[in-house]
Ligand binder design. Structure first.
Ligand code: URP
Ligand code: ZN
Ligand code: ZN
Ligand code: ZN
Length: 473
């Protein structure tokens, strides 16, 4: 098995930073050592197969993106990144584990949905991957099927209070699923938006000729995110089910999470880079149909109302614990453009899996986050939240050698074409300039990205069976 020494860098964890050398033996980290350490009198650098000089750079655990949708069927089309293209792009950006969502819809068997996801991903991923289970049709059969999920290494599942007729669960279904999840120790992930109310508002807007992409965000009003978040919290409290609210964008929803947590509830929240940087005003200002690039749910919120500012604050105060991408890419051509003349037909989603580590590092550059909090939000907490602790999210002996060498003096231009690797014909992040650069990426000991380019291969990434969340008591 090959040995690698990552020497001279500053190893950053969720709790601190230290100048150290990291010794990798095969697929795992063997030791974290004082710089220049010797082993039984031997110079380490001279006795390993490869030395990566990390002087002047940060050495961090590879990113864990706990919310992606490769190949998700949506709105008559499917997300444009396959597991092959999406995990390659993730690797380029310093993410070494994704947790994607296997899909079950009403009338389908959960087992079949999960098997279909395994078939899509197996042999194709450049980095390790795991699954959550979407339960899009809560009934006796799907509730029974939830009993096998923990044995399958799937310890979290997602319900939708939005998208009636597609993935939607009503309150009775949510209550039943949460009762089951509480029994099993599964973490309930919630898309918290009041879908039936949104659909009425959206129909009224289209009826009035307000069909542009911007009106997607008007129909999905913050009141309907706040209300659904509150309802989810109360149903979780009643059933004693731990709750994780995905893609939080409204400051009022954050207040609900903070209130629940202050009352001792096992309630967690995730936000995404788009809710920290992009705004409804950006979407309104975009020419023609361009605003479709930023159609996602929950929607972008008004900067004038201060949601973005509040979200950064929530990351500091731990009212929000994690940042995932909700990577759900669609091309403009043939996909987003399905919604020309009716925003309801625009497939929902933004592609960011490649940019999360860089975009969040900007929070360090601007003083919004500490270096340690950057690592915690993007790697350590996602691993602990979703039962990957020990293997992922840390640089420690015995952990998988998923390591990123990050250059704080480097530079990354985000855009289209050659400058990103996601399978998209545009970028929601075009023009973003990053102070920082992902220089080297190791996935279970294999160097997948370095100065010379990309060395990953489909099938190197393995399915990871997850344990129960470390956050559940
Ligand atoms: O716009 C989004 N978020 N698309 C993906 C599906 C979801 O709700 O997460
Ligand atoms: Zn969602
Ligand atoms: Zn999603
Ligand atoms: Zn560099």
């Amino acid at each position: 098995m090959a040995t690698t020494l990552i020497s001279g860098g500053t190893v950053v964890s969720a709790t601190g930073r230290v100048l150290a050398d990291v010794l990798v033996d095969g697929e795992t980290i063997a030791a974290v050592l004082a710089p220049g350490s010797t082993l039984l009198g031997h110079d380490l650098a001279g006795s390993v197969d490869r030395v990566i000089d990390a002087t002047g750079r940060y050495v961090i655990p590879g990113g864990v993106d706990a919310h992606t949708h490769m190949e998700l069927p949506f709105g008559g089309t499917a997300a444009s990144d396959t597991f092959e293209t999406g995990t390659r792009a993730a690797a380029w950006g310093g993410t070494t584990t994704i947790i994607d969502f296997a899909v079950q819809r009403a009338g389908e068997r959960v087992e079949d949905g999960l098997a279909a996801w395994h078939a899509k991903a197996a042999g194709r991923c450049a980095i390790d991957y795991a699954f959550h289970q979407i339960i899009g049709g809560v009934d006796d059969a799907s509730l029974r099927a939830m009993e096998s999920l923990v044995d399958e290494g799937i310890t979290s599942y997602k319900l939708f209070m939005a998208y009636p007729g597609v993935f939607y669960s009503d309150d009775a279904q949510i209550l039943r699923a949460m009762q089951k999840a509480a029994d099993l120790g599964l973490l309930t992930m919630m898309h918290a938006e009041n879908g039936p109310a949104i659909d009425v508002l959206a129909a009224q807007l289209v009826e009035a000729g307000r069909t542009d992409p911007y009106f997607h965000g008007i129909a999905r009003a913050w009141q309907l995110e706040e209300e659904a978040t509150h309802r989810a919290i109360m149903l979780a409290d009643l059933t004693k089910a731990p709750l994780y609210v995905v893609h939080v964008s409204a400051k009022q929803a954050v207040a609900q999470l903070a209130w629940a947590r202050d009352n001792g509830a096992n309630v967690f929240g995730e936000t995404c880079p788009q809710y920290l940087y992009l705004s409804l005003e950006d979407q309104l200002g975009a020419p023609g149909f361009e605003g479709a690039k930023w159609v996602c749910s929950t929607p972008l919120r008004s900067r004038e109302e201060g949601h973005q500012h509040h979200m950064w604050q929530a990351l500091r105060t731990n009212d929000i614990q994690m940042v995932s991408t909700d990577h759900c890419p669609f091309c403009m051509k043939g996909q987003k453009e399905l919604g020309v003349g009716d925003f309801r037909a625009i497939p929902n989603g933004i592609g960011s899996v490649e940019h999360r580590m860089d975009l969040m590092y900007q929070g360090v550059v601007t003083g919004e986050l500490t270096l340690e909090r950057w690592v915690e939000l993007t790697s350590t907490t996602p691993a602990r939240m979703f039962g990957l602790h020990g293997r992922k999210g840390v640089i420690a002996p015995g952990a998988d050698a998923d390591v990123v060498v990050y250059d704080p003096n480097g530079h990354t231009s985000i855009g289209v074409g050659e400058t990103h690797h996601m399978n998209m014909d545009h970028s929601a992040w075009e023009g973003y300039e990053i102070d920082g650069h992902v220089d080297v990426v190791l996935s279970r000991g294999l160097v997948v990205v370095d100065d010379e380019g990309y060395h990953g291969r489909p099938g190197h990434g393995a399915f990871v069976r997850r344990g129960l969340s470390q956050y559940l008591v």
